[in-house]
Design a protein around this ligand. Structure first.
Ligand SMILES: [Zn+2]
Length: 407
C-alpha cells in the first residue's frame, strides 16, 4: 500500500498512475493481478487506472490490435504498452560528431542519422542538432506536436535537474543552458531531458536490454570512449529509472605520480585506458618509428581505434603492447569498481572489446583482482553502436515521461 495513503489525493493518484505505467513498461505484457502484487496496490486500483490508460491509447491488452480496444467484462488479458502511441527524439552531441534517433515508445528506431563534422563550438553544435531534428521530423512526416519528449546527452558533467552542462573540459564548454537553448532553437515547449552520455546509455540499457538485465536489482554500465564513466543503476520496480551518480570513474588514480591526465592530475584511469589516451600512445609510437604494421595500415592517416585493433590482430608488437596496457589497467579498475559497488551485472561498452581476445584478457585481470569473497558479478560486453548515445538520450526522455504520466 505504499502509494495509496497520503494527504494529497491528486498526488497519490499521479504516483499510482506513474508506478503502474512503469510496471507495465518494465514487465509487460503483464496481468493486472501481477501489477497489484508487484506494487502492493489493490486490484481495483490497478483495474481503474489500467482502463483509463487503455482508453487513452497508451496501453492495450495483449492480442488486441487497436489502441483502446479491450476485453472488458471478459477474462482479463495481460496488458502492455502501445509502442506507436508515443514518439521520442534522442540526440548525442559530441563535438566531433552528432547522432540522432527518433524512437517509438518501445525504442524501435523510426529514423536515425549521424553527422561527422568535427566542430568545437557549442552554439554551432546545437544548431546542427536542431537541423537534424527538423530533418528527422520531415523525413517521418511528423511535427513537434507528435513528439512526447526530446533527450539530449553529451560528455561532461551534466546537471540533469537544471538541464545544464556544468563543464566539459576537453572542449572548454561550461555553464551551458542546454535545455533552454534547445527549446529556443527548436521551438519546442514539450519536455527536454539533458543527461551525461554515459548515464544516457545506462538508461538505454535499462529500457531496451531487458533480456540482458532480467530482474537484476542493480547494474553498472562501463562506457569507454574519449573519457571513461561507469554509472550505477538501481533497477527495482519502485525506483525504476534512477541512475545513481554519473560514475565518473575515469579519474580514479591507478598509478601514483603516473601519466598526466586531461584533468590536470596524474595516473588517472583515463590517462591509460580511454580512447584519447590509447590513440595518444599510438601517435607517440608512430612518431618514434615504432608500430610498423599500424604504420602500414594507417597509410599516413591518423590512427583510429579500429585501425589499432586491426594492427593488433595482424601481430604488431607495439600495437599489442598499447592495447595490453589499456586492457590491464581497465581490468584492475573494473575489479575495484566491482569490489566497491557489487552490481549484479556490469555492461561494458568500449571499442577495445570488439576483439574477443581483449574481452578474455579483461576478464582474466578482473578475476585476478576481484575480492575473493565477491564471486557474484556478471560481465556483459555490449557491441559498440554509434547510436547507443542517441538511443540512450531518448530513453532518458521516455523514463521522464513514465515518471510524470498524469491522465
Ligand atoms: Zn584525470
Amino acid at each position: 500500500m505504499q502509494f495509496e495513503q497520503g494527504a494529497n489525493p491528486a498526488r497519490v493518484k499521479a504516483l499510482n498512475q506513474a508506478a503502474i505505467l512503469k510496471a507495465i513498461y518494465h514487465h509487460g505484457p503483464i496481468k493486472r493481478a501481477e501489477i497489484a502484487k508487484r506494487l502492493g496496490l489493490t486490484l481495483p486500483t490497478i483495474t481503474t487506472n489500467v482502463s483509463a490508460m487503455i482508453r487513452r491509447g497508451v496501453v492495450r491488452e495483449a492480442g488486441s490490435a487497436q489502441p483502446g480496444e479491450g476485453y472488458l467484462g471478459r477474462k482479463a488479458h495481460p496488458v502492455d504498452i502501445v509502442p506507436e502511441s508515443r514518439r521520442f527524439i534522442g540526440v548525442e552531441i559530441q563535438g566531433a560528431r552528432r547522432t540522432l534517433c527518433l524512437l517509438d515508445y518501445r525504442g524501435r528506431a523510426l529514423y536515425t542519422r549521424a553527422d561527422g563534422e568535427d566542430c568545437p563550438d557549442y552554439g554551432r553544435n546545437m544548431e546542427m542538432a536542431r537541423d537534424m531534428i527538423r530533418d528527422a521530423l520531415e523525413a517521418c512526416g511528423l511535427t513537434l506536436a507528435d513528439i512526447a519528449g526530446i533527450g539530449v546527452c553529451m560528455p561532461g558533467l551534466v546537471d540533469n535537474r537544471q538541464g545544464t552542462l556544468v563543464v566539459r573540459p576537453s572542449l572548454n564548454w561550461s555553464g551551458k543552458h542546454v535545455r533552454g537553448d534547445m527549446a529556443a532553437l527548436v521551438g519546442y515547449n514539450g519536455p527536454i531531458s539533458v543527461e551525461n552520455n554515459a548515464c544516457a546509455r545506462a538508461y538505454g540499457a535499462q529500457l531496451f536490454r531487458r533480456e540482458a538485465l532480467g530482474d537484476v536489482q542493480t547494474f553498472a554500465y562501463l562506457f569507454i570512449n574519449v573519457g571513461i564513466a561507469c554509472p550505477l543503476v538501481l533497477n527495482t520496480a519502485s525506483v525504476f529509472g534512477s541512475v545513481v551518480g554519473a560514475g565518473e570513474v575515469g579519474h580514479m588514480v591507478m598509478e601514483r605520480g603516473g601519466l598526466r591526465c586531461n584533468c590536470g592530475n596524474r595516473g588517472c584511469l583515463e590517462a591509460y585506458a580511454s580512447d584519447w589516451a590509447v590513440l595518444g600512445r599510438c601517435r607517440d609510437a608512430l612518431a618514434a618509428g615504432r608500430a610498423p604494421v599500424l604504420r602500414q595500415i594507417c597509410g599516413g592517416r591518423p590512427a583510429t581505434m579500429e585501425l589499432l585493433l586491426e594492427a593488433q590482430g595482424a601481430g604488431d608488437p607495439d600495437a599489442a603492447e598499447i592495447v595490453e596496457k589499456a586492457v590491464h589497467t581497465l581490468g584492475v579498475a573494473v575489479a575495484n569498481i566491482h569490489n566497491f559497488a557489487c552490481p549484479s551485472r556490469m555492461l561494458i561498452e568500449g571499442k577495445l572489446f570488439c576483439r574477443q581476445e581483449n574481452r578474455e584478457r579483461l576478464l582474466e585481470v578482473v578475476r585476478r583482482n576481484l575480492c575473493s569473497v565477491i564471486r557474484t558479478g556478471e560481465f556483459i560486453f555490449v557491441e559498440p553502436d554509434p547510436f547507443s548515445g542517441a538511443v540512450g538520450a531518448a530513453a532518458v526522455s521516455i523514463c521522464k515521461d513514465l515518471e510524470t504520466y498524469v491522465e
